[in-house]
Design a protein. Structure first.
Length: 181
């Protein structure tokens, strides 16, 4: 029969308490990391939606080769592209990435529109209209104008935009955007 020394009991209790605290800390950090990932995807979706028109312009208007230059600007762009300080390859990659991302965004916007208008819930349809008015129109509407048009208050416009971006995040980023336990 072995006898435990008082120090052994204290050490065991201290180890148990320390492991419990460490496990709680680890769990909190995991939850915080998961929430940060969700917040980042929502933030990224909002940025994509808010910059949609500019991305569309970039994908359509960025000049990546001399064949895309109008005659009167040809000499200027030829000199520019021959300049070693300008990374023409990076411009081409940026235009290609923008075009690919834009095609994906457009496809998911179309899907989201279909989902919203197939819904029996009028707020789902309104959320698409809010997203469209804020981000997709050539001349976006102001929040107050959207609120007046929809018969809602300004805060609801922001809530609808948030809800629409949340759904768009799921469509744009797939399973990564879903909160998994």
């Amino acid at each position: 029969m072995s006898k435990d020394k008082p120090q052994d009991g204290v050490a065991r209790v201290a180890a148990e308490v320390a492991s419990k605290i460490a496990l709680e800390f680890y769990t909190r950090e995991q939850q915080k990391g998961k929430q940060q990932r969700i917040n980042r995807r929502l933030r990224d979706t909002k940025r994509l939606m808010r910059n949609y028109r500019e991305i569309k312009i970039h994908a359509g208007d960025a000049i990546a080769s001399l064949s895309e230059v109008v005659t009167e600007d040809y000499e200027f762009f030829r000199d520019l592209m021959e300049n070693d300080d300008i990374d023409v390859v990076a411009i081409k990659r940026s235009k290609a990435r923008s075009a690919i991302m834009l095609a994906h965004i457009d496809s998911m916007l179309h899907t989201y529109e279909q989902i919203c208008y197939a819904s029996k819930k009028p707020e789902e349809q309104r959320r698409y209209r809010v997203l469209e008015a804020m981000c997709l129109l050539d001349e976006p509407l102001q929040v107050g104008d959207i609120a007046d048009k929809e018969g809602i208050d300004n805060r609801t416009v922001y809530k609808d935009f948030e809800a629409a971006c949340d759904k768009m995040g799921a469509l744009l980023f797939g399973i990564q955007s879903i909160d998994r336990e």
